[in-house]
Design a protein around this ligand. Structure first.
Ligand SMILES: NC(=O)c1ccc[n+]([C@@H]2O[C@H](COP(=O)([O-])OP(=O)(O)OC[C@H]3O[C@@H](n4cnc5c(N)ncnc54)[C@H](OP(=O)(O)O)[C@@H]3O)[C@@H](O)[C@H]2O)c1
Length: 408
């Protein structure tokens, strides 16, 4: 654990997810023995958060502002790990990543903003490697289940057959959950940046956007952004919105493992829409709705209209009742070159974006705080935590990782 006053500091403790994370840290037994503090820019809001969380009444508070570098440095000086829910990260996240990289403070967050992660890699990866800071983006629903799901399937393939799968498919069998204002603000900001910058639009299309620029595979990846029938799953497929970040994180994991899965490794994600005419119609309906939404966010006036009148504002999110009714069921199929397969299922017991995300982020922060110092740099959940996080998520965060077939 850290020699600093707090093992973990939650920056953004007043955000929609930050409050859920504080509740989780204040009440969960797996956090016992760990010292933590809540940080944010408003003392009044921090005190309000603390007064509403029964078990958080004694939690120390730290004032820090994302735009005030000295306050971020002072926060880092008190923290073994900073876990940030201050987003959109592309607007508010850079100064903190810079401070953590320079001061050797470990860091994890919930970003799913590919363009921002690419900027952070370009600007701060050498510094983090030098100081020993371990930076881990994407520790929520994007992209923990996908990244660890592939790791889980590949580990099994290697143990069973001595080989890694050449292709892994992730399919969303069922999912229920909503989006908070912070997530909407992040999506809208990506759309705004992409609309203004053709080079960025091109980079966002690149499945290897988060891999080292001097060593990117040439293998073509299927993007599955239109309806298609998948014979392996006997189902029509519809696009899955999180594939845009999850696939990039999975390919970065492969790159960080020195392309252990192979430079020909393929990975794709989609939603299962069902069989027959009904499945086909649902696949086209989901695809059309998603395409329409993306189209509306690309145009400034409709983007502003959606943000102002239709979608939740920053700080807002789904009700506790709908969070409790949320869940997800993801299916993985690993295909070896010789036709052998591995099947797995990953489920979560709460809504993906909030209930489950806050627990995943909490366990990532705990793993980071408890893990021996390893080489600094920009890691992914699978490459830094691997089995440790899988075990913690199953014991303490309501996820299950299950193999669906026995060795042939
Ligand atoms: N990966 C996933 O699965 C996943 C799931 C959910 C959310 N997210 C991401 O997580 C982030 C948080 O989402 P959310 O819905 O919880 O956001 P939110 O409720 O809108 O909260 C945003 C937070 O940022 C803080 N903030 C804004 N400007 C700041 C500044 N200059 N200095 C310090 N703090 C500042 C706000 O503080 P005040 O309270 O003082 O205004 C608030 O605590 C978003 O980027 C979202 O995209 C990811």
């Amino acid at each position: 654990m850290s020699a600093k006053p707090y093992d973990v500091v939650v920056f953004g403790a007043t955000s929609f997810v930050g409050k859920l994370l504080c509740r989780y840290l204040a009440s969960h037994s797996s956090v016992a023995g760990l010292t933590w503090a809540a940080a944010g820019r408003s003392l009044e809001k921090l005190e309000q958060m603390r007064s509403l969380e029964a078990n958080a009444s004694g939690v120390p508070l730290i004032l820090a502002d994302a735009t005030d570098a000295p306050s971020l440095a002072a926060m880092c000086a008190h923290a073994g790990v900073v876990v940030s829910t201050v987003g959109p990260y592309a607007l508010y996240g850079e100064q903190l990543v810079k401070a953590c990289a320079e001061l050797g403070t470990d860091y994890c967050d919930l970003t799913g903003e590919v363009q921002w992660i690419r900027r952070m890699l370009d600007r701060y990866e050498p510094t983090a490697k030098r100081t020993g800071a371990r930076i881990v983006h994407c520790c929520g629903f994007d992209s923990v289940p996908s990244d660890l799901g592939v790791y889980f399937v590949q580990r099994e393939a290697k143990q069973r057959y001595g080989l890694y799968c050449a292709h892994v498919k992730m399919r969303v069998k069922a999912i229920r959950g909503g989006a908070s204002g912070g997530t909407i603000a992040s999506l809208m900001n990506v759309a705004k940046e992409a609309a203004a910058d053709p080079a960025l639009r091109k980079e966002l299309q690149n499945p290897y956007a988060l891999c080292p620029k001097d060593r990117r595979p040439k293998t073509r990846q299927q993007s599955l952004n239109a309806p298609l029938f998948d014979h392996d799953f006997q189902s029509w497929l519809a696009p899955f919105i999180m594939a845009a970040i999850n696939t990039r994180v999975v390919h970065r994991s492969n790159a960080l493992l020195n392309y252990a899965y192979g430079e020909q490794f393929r990975y794709d994600e989609a939603m299962l829409a069902g069989k027959g005419l009904r499945g086909r119609l649902s696949a086209y309906a989901i695809s059309g709705a998603l395409g329409g939404f993306v189209g509306l966010t690309a145009i400034a006036p409709t983007r502003r209209f959606l943000q102002r009148f239709v979608l939740p504002a920053p700080g807002e999110g789904s009700s506790p009742e709908s969070q409790a009714k949320g869940f997800y069921d993801l299916r993985f199929l690993g295909l070896l070159d010789d036709g052998r397969v591995i099947r797995a299922r990953i489920t979560g017991d709460a809504d993906p974006g909030y209930g489950s995300t806050s627990k995943m982020l909490g366990q990532a922060a705990v793993c980071l705080a408890r893990r021996d110092k390893r080489e600094g740099g920009f890691w992914t959940p699978a490459t830094l935590f691997g089995d440790t996080l899988i075990e913690a998520l199953q014991k303490h965060a309501g996820l299950s990782f299950v193999l669906l077939d026995s060795p042939s």
